[in-house]
Write a protein that binds this ligand. Structure first.
Ligand code: GLU
Length: 425
């Protein structure tokens, strides 16, 4: 399966159903620009190794392109393009003044030392310095990148430009102009979207069991808030596999243990004393098939496919990863009656707080955490309400409603631009 083709097929299918002008859909079948570059890095042993990095600006009609940079061995130009398309939909849906972009480096960052990682991050920014810009394309963290990496990259950009420019990148360390609340934003946003959904569905958190695939930044923050709300999280996994405990896992203890040992173990910590709890090991694949009330794929794209869609037992799925369910698998699940909260809303909290960070940087202000959280909630509430109206009135799936809303906004902006540029020679 080619992830970009899958993303384009889905866009065309949902776009046609939403009544989007075919000429506009055709424009959205092609990214505005994609740069792939060689990234030579001096390794600690003195040798030079060349990595490959990509940056795609998919569509900028609603504003400068925006999206993260991932470091992962499976990164390809096509994957970056698919993710940039989804960012275009996501930013339009939550109504922030951005187009969609994305970047990535094909690398296993766990194999690099800290200094090698810094050189690679700086090399990426040197290669991409002309495609990015505070009013052109603004990167941020994604899979296996974090605030420290954003800090190195913004420093590299400022060295090139010979001026301060914190708005070049978001998700920075607080000391370099990062925003309060950005670190937790994707997970908190997913939690808030889940709560808005729960209100409509009249879920009682204490009666709900949850399985979480992916215990990175987003998965951890979401699960922590959900547990506080009363949900029972019975299974959690990371890239190495997962654990299952029917009585529920304690997310904070699990996280502390993972930080210390890099492994997942069901532990309960009271103060400084931690006790191991009975648990079963479970593979990532089996976790997806558990009979739980809510399934949260929060790792990578394409984990639910035609191979396993039939076996998914959870009646509700909230997509915290980008693109965890292929288009065909989505159709199988919908036929079965599974309800899916789409990624473009569920994980939009990250880019929303990135927008607040960028706005603070441009203005030279710092907003308090309370204000960030309040604005995040307000933005998501509005997007959820807009989406729900289409979902109910047009009797379409949540993903369909999300694409309809986003594409109508993008289409309106494209037609407002006029056609002058098409006549120029
Ligand atoms: N990488 C995140 C996403 O996929 C955040 C992007 C951003 O903050 O620009 O939504």
């Amino acid at each position: 399966m080619n992830v970009f083709k899958d993303a384009i097929n889905q866009l065309n299918q949902l776009g046609q159903k939403a009544g989007i002008d075919p000429e506009i859909l055709q424009l959205l079948n092609y990214p505005e620009e994609t740069l792939s570059a060689a990234l030579p890095v001096r390794m600690d042993d003195g040798s030079t190794k060349v990595f490959v990095g990509h940056r795609c600006r998919f569509n900028s009609v609603l504003g400068p392109t925006k999206g993260g940079i991932r470091f992962h061995p499976n990164v390809t130009a096509d994957e970056v393009k698919a993710l940039a398309l989804w960012m275009t939909i996501k930013c339009a849906l939550v109504n922030i003044p951005y187009g969609g972009g994305k970047g990535g480096i094909t690398v296993d960052p766990k194999q690099l030392t800290r200094l090698e990682l810094e050189r690679l991050s700086r090399s990426y920014m040197r290669a991409m310095a002309d495609i990015v810009g505070p009013n052109r394309d603004i990167p941020a963290p994604d899979v296996y990148t974090n605030a420290r990496i954003m800090g190195w990259m913004s420093d590299e950009y400022e060295n090139i430009k010979r001026e301060k420019c914190p708005a070049i990148i978001t998700g920075k360390p607080i000391e370099l102009g990062g925003s309060l609340g950005r670190e937790e934003a994707t997970g908190r946003g997913a939690y808030l979207v889940n709560e808005l959904w729960a209100k409509h569905k009249q879920w009682q958190p204490k009666n709900m069991t949850v399985a979480l695939q992916g215990f990175g930044n987003a998965g951890y923050h979401m699960a922590k808030l959900m547990q506080q709300q009363g949900y029972t999280i019975i299974a959690v996994s990371d890239s190495k596999g997962g654990i299952l405990a029917e009585q529920g896992l304690d997310i904070e203890s699990l996280y502390a243990h993972k930080q210390a040992s890099k492994t997942l173990k069901a532990v309960y910590c009271y103060g400084s004393v931690c006790e191991e709890q009975d648990h079963t090991k479970i593979s990532n694949e089996d976790l997806l098939r558990l009979k739980v009330d809510l399934l949260i794929p929060a790792a990578l794209e394409g984990v639910i496919t035609t191979e396993n869609a039939e076996h998914i037992q959870a009646p509700f799925i909230i997509e915290v990863a980008n693109g965890p369910i292929t288009q065909e698998a989505s159709a199988i699940l919908e036929d079965k009656g599974t309800e899916i909260m789409p990624d473009v809303l569920a994980n939009a909290g990250g880019v929303i707080v990135s927008y607040f960070e960028w706005a603070q940087n441009l203005q030279g202000y710092r907003w308090p955490l309370k204000e960030i959280r309040h604005r995040l909630l307000a933005t998501l509430e509005q997007a959820f309400a807009d989406l729900w109206i289409i979902h109910e009135n047009e009797k379409v799936s949540l993903r369909h409603a999300a694409y309809s809303l986003a594409l109508r906004r993008i289409a309106a902006a494209i037609s407002s631009h006029g056609t002058q540029s098409y006549f120029m020679q």
